[in-house]
Design a protein around this ligand. Structure first.
Ligand code: MN9
Ligand code: PYR
Length: 302
């Protein structure tokens, strides 16, 4: 298995809506091209940032298809196919394979707290549905399940499993998964606020919900770490964290704030779906300040 294509910066792709809140082909393709132009390695499509939990199967398939039509062969494409039922997850997995995706990924089952053997079976059923490699998604903050080393090792016995996207907060988890994995297991850093730390603890790559708001900064941070320039890496992580704290400090949901900020910079991809809270009028000026801060930080590193 060639793993080089999974090494680098993978923005978590946003849901792109038109004026009435429907998934938009045009806007989806615009966001793909915007990120391609920034030279990211690939895209993580249909995850938290894709508002997967608020979209029906058809909408999720549409997004998978629009992204593939625009980026297949140009970017490494990872499809997040986790859905409430195994049946729907399998349908998405099969569709992603048809569309030419490079890998699948999934959260554990949601809502019911199921035993580990059921989580394992869920992931295996998804994997059995296609020939694609699989990346486990560990995000205990939203799923309520913290991937155990025991289940991780069991999953690793399946040769389709090539890695884990780890969004748990202890950076030590990244080191533990790396150590318990196979020789070329890919670990993706989850928490954007700890990207540099995650890379130092062994993460090969990063997938993140704020990358698309400032891809230049994550690409640069990654470059600094690769080059062993740790002071510079730490300084850019501080810039990133100041921005993330601002992005999450308003009433509106972070994705709504990021989308408004992208709009202020000329990229219109709509708002978010309820119950995520949209931006209200009185927040627009505050977001302008954040946009300015993003532009200034990017300019520093050009
Ligand atoms: C809990 C959560 O959603 N984590 C995302 C994925 O790992 C991150 O990319 C965050 O969006 C990011 O770190 C901002 O807090
Ligand atoms: C990483 C992230 O935000 C996602 O799952 O889309």
């Amino acid at each position: 298995m060639e793993h080089a294509k999974f090494k680098g910066i993978f923005p978590a792709f946003y849901a792109c809506y038109d004026e009435v809140g429907e998934v938009s082909e045009e806007k989806t393709k615009q966001l793909v091209n915007y990120l391609y132009g920034k030279k990211v390695k690939g895209l993580y499509v249909g995850g938290s940032s894709g508002e997967c939990i608020y979209q029906n199967l058809d909408e999720r398939k549409q997004t998978l298809r629009y992204v593939a039509e625009e980026a297949k062969g140009k970017l490494t494409l990872i499809a997040h196919v986790g859905a409430p039922s195994t049946r729907d997850s399998i349908a998405l997995a099969a569709y992603a394979e048809e569309q030419g995706y490079d890998a699948l990924s999934s959260i554990p089952p949601i809502y019911f707290r199921l035993p580990e053997r059921a989580i394992q079976k869920y992931w295996e059923d998804i994997m059995d549905a296609t020939k694609l490699p699989f990346i486990i998604y560990n995000i205990p903050q939203t799923t309520g399940y913290q991937l155990s080393l025991d289940l991780f090792k069991k999953m690793m016995a399946n040769e389709k499993v090539i890695g884990v996207k780890n969004s748990s907060m202890p950076v030590m988890d990244i080191e533990r998964f790396k150590a318990a994995g196979k020789e070329n297991t890919i670990v993706f850093n989850g928490p954007d606020e700890q990207f540099v730390a995650g890379r130092l603890m062994g993460a090969d790559s990063g997938i993140g919900g704020t990358y698309a708001a400032m891809p230049e900064l994550f690409l640069k941070a990654n470059e600094f770490v690769t080059a062993g320039k740790f002071e510079e890496a730490r300084a850019i992580q501080k810039e990133i964290n100041d921005i993330i704290i601002a992005l999450t400090s308003l009433e509106a949901n972070m994705y709504a704030v990021i989308k408004e900020s992208l709009k202020q910079r000329g990229l219109h991809i709509g708002s978010v779906r309820e119950p995520l809270q949209a931006v209200s009028e009185h927040e627009i000026d505050k977001i302008k300040e954040i946009t300015m801060k993003i532009e200034q930080s990017i300019a520093k590193y050009q």
